[in-house]
Ligand binder design. Structure first.
Ligand code: FES
Length: 147
């Protein structure tokens, strides 16, 4: 049995310890806001916060998550909620598939750096791919959030 703390709640899961966290979050626990894109750590669709830092949940074995504080897009943190509000105000999403990952990466950035420069935003957000090309609106929403 593996004990996970996700969005402030404890969950006990009986799974293969090598199963990626992404599958446990989506298929066992039922938080489906975290998305599967590439499964190879390249696209950022599966980002979650682990102790405040963004990680690719498709690459993290669930056994390594014990004792960690996991926050998904369904979680409630001050920075995540402020960014979600900003995203809505600026109508950022197009198809929306990558946006939970984008929001998690930007939340982690603001957790470490409440006033990111243009360069900080570009380098942090380079971990997330958007096939609709909403990059300009994403950057605008981050700036709007920290104004
Ligand atoms: Fe994990 Fe693409 S699904 S990085």
């Amino acid at each position: 049995m593996i004990t996970l703390k996700i969005n402030g709640k404890e969950h006990q899961v009986d799974v293969d310890p090598s199963m990626p966290l992404l599958w446990v979050i989506r298929d066992i626990i039922g938080y489906t806001g975290t998305k599967f894109g590439c499964g190879k750590g390249l696209c950022g669709a599966c980002m979650v916060l682990m102790d405040g830092t963004a990680v690719n949940s498709c690459q993290m074995p669930v056994s390594a998550m014990q004792g960690r504080e996991i926050i998904t897009i369904e979680g409630e943190t001050e920075n995540l909620q402020a960014l979600q509000k900003s995203w809505a105000e600026l109508n950022v999403p197009q198809c929306g598939f990558c946006q939970s990952g984008q929001l998690i990466t930007s939340t982690a950035m603001l957790n470490n750096n409440p006033n990111p420069s243009e360069e900080d935003i570009n380098s942090n957000m380079s971990r997330n791919i958007c096939r609709c090309g909403t990059y300009t609106r994403i950057k605008g929403a981050i700036k709007h959030c920290v104004e």
